[in-house]
Design a protein around this ligand. Structure first.
Ligand code: F0G
Length: 455
């Protein structure tokens, strides 16, 4: 049996399920786009695990003693101490969230025309690389794209692809390597220690710096402990230190594994001149280097969250809950990304709705149906999100996914059971689900503001 969560609930927030006719009206008014729904019209919100965490009593008490000084805040020094302790990095530059860290660091590191290699970049990461006139390159293992195939580390970089890419493009044309742990775009899939070590060895041999996108660093460490030879007896804290020893720095959205609602940072191992540059650039966009777009209380909550998340019992319950939802679905024959990732179950909407072609957005169609069926909100990760190429053609996604993203410490297994039952009911009548077409299509990041009708 799975051990229950190592915490109990002290504060609750009511949620409500609207009647079906109401849900139909609200979704119609939202142009069949779940992003346009009011949150209060949603029963269980699985749009994202970002900033949706429940904080602990320890973090809330930190909020009360946050130091709101503009310069030299005590809470900043608490964050700096936490980063030294958890990652063994000397320097930290706080930012308002992950994309702020990307903006600052990439402005310094990318020269126009340079490549930025990664396993699979997140969409804001990719956007910031392009804004700095860099070229994002994804080198993840091919198994990541086969949702039915088991691979313990589907977020791994394909080392053959990496070596060939460096040989072909030459190290001087490559700004840096960014390893995203866990790899969100591949389905929250982990990267093994062996892979991080080897990627680092290959890059260092070629004088290419290595960075980590650390949004879900603790969940990645848990998978290493659970699945990788030689790590079962190591603590999460030890595994985290080793992972980060192979990199030169990191960007982090603290809204995931720092267990807070807002925040981000750049971590730098020991390059003092890079740290000074990052502090300078950060002032223009994020603020003075000891607050970086955050309130002192936010810094305090992040500092505490970074340490709290290392609790193996918490991580086991957290990832166990995601696995539990995945198992309810796969036992009922519903196609999902296998194995499930750390923060979400990714339903293979392309296989779930084989009669809907990519350009009629099976992931969006399933999101619409799921909300109508149950008031549950999930998010498409597929062709709608990909947008169009230079010729105006839809970029067909490698997989049509519906992401059921689980906020940390927020929902119970009963909520998961309800979500699974709703999807299983839809699966029983899947041939009645219809594809979607645009009635309004924004030119960029279209999935957020688009409006649809049924085909
Ligand atoms: N990197 C990864 C791997 C992410 O998943 C995200 C955000 C970011 C960077 C950007 O961080 O939102 O704090 O600016 N992911 C959220 C999601 C939005 O829903 O997956 P941010």
């Amino acid at each position: 049996m799975r051990l229950p969560e190592p915490y109990r609930i002290k504060v609750v927030e009511p949620i409500r399920l609207l009647p079906r006719e109401e849900r139909e009206k609200r979704l119609e008014a939202a142009g069949l786009n779940v992003f346009a729904l009011k949150a209060e019209d949603v029963f269980i919100d699985l749009l994202t695990d970002s900033g949706t965490n429940a904080m602990s009593d320890n973090q809330w008490s930190g909020i009360m003693i946050g130091d709101e000084s503009y310069a030299g805040s005590r809470s900043f020094y608490h964050l700096e101490a936490a980063v030294k302790e958890v990652f063994e990095y000397n320097y930290v530059v706080p930012t308002h969230q992950g994309r702020g860290a990307e903006n600052t660091l990439f402005s310094i590191l990318i020269k126009p025309g340079q490549y930025v290699m990664g396993n699979m970049h997140f969409d804001t990461t990719e956007a910031h690389i392009r804004l700095k006139k860099g070229i994002p390159i994804n080198l993840v293992v091919d198994d990541a794209f086969d949702t039915s195939k088991y691979h313990p580390f589907k977020g791994n970089v394909d080392l053959g692809k990496l070596e060939r890419f460096i040989a072909e493009k030459k190290p001087e044309n490559i700004a840096f390597m960014l390893i995203t742990i866990t790899c969100n775009s591949a389905g929250g899939q982990p990267v093994s220690m062996e892979n991080i070590r080897e990627v680092s060895r290959i890059c260092r041999k070629n004088n290419i710096p290595v960075y980590i996108d650390a949004a879900r660093f603790a969940e990645n460490a848990y998978f290493i402990k659970a699945r990788e030879k030689d790590y079962a007896d190591k603590t999460i804290a030890e595994i985290v230190k080793e992972m980060f020893s192979y990199a030169d720095g990191f960007t982090m959205s603290a809204k995931k594994d720092a267990l807070v609602n807002i925040g981000g940072m750049i971590g730098i191992k020991d390059d003092e001149s890079l740290y000074n540059r990052a502090r300078e650039v950060n002032i223009t966009y994020e603020g003075f280097p000891t607050y970086g777009g955050l309130a002192g209380r936010d810094l305090e909550a992040v500092a505490r969250g970074l340490k709290e998340v290392l609790d193996v019992d918490y991580l086991r319950a957290r990832i166990g809950q995601v696995e539990y939802l995945g198992k309810l679905l796969s036992d009922a024959g519903i196609p999902i990304q296998t194995p499930v990732g750390g923060h979400a179950v990714f339903v293979d909407a392309g296989k779930f709705l084989p009669h809907i072609e990519a350009e009629e957005f099976p992931g969006e169609a399933l999101a619409v149906e799921l909300y109508l069926e149950s008031g549950v909100r999930a998010v498409e990760v597929g062709t709608c999100m990909m947008g169009r190429d230079a010729e105006g053609k839809n970029i067909i996604a490698p997989m049509e996914l519906l992401r059921l993203t689980i906020p940390r410490r927020v929902y119970t297994d009963n909520h998961m059971g309800y979500v699974a039952k709703s999807l299983i009911d839809i699966y029983g009548k899947r041939e009645t689900v219809r594809g979607l077409k645009f009635t309004y299509e924004p030119p960029i990041l279209r999935h957020f503001l688009a409006r649809f009708e049924r085909v």
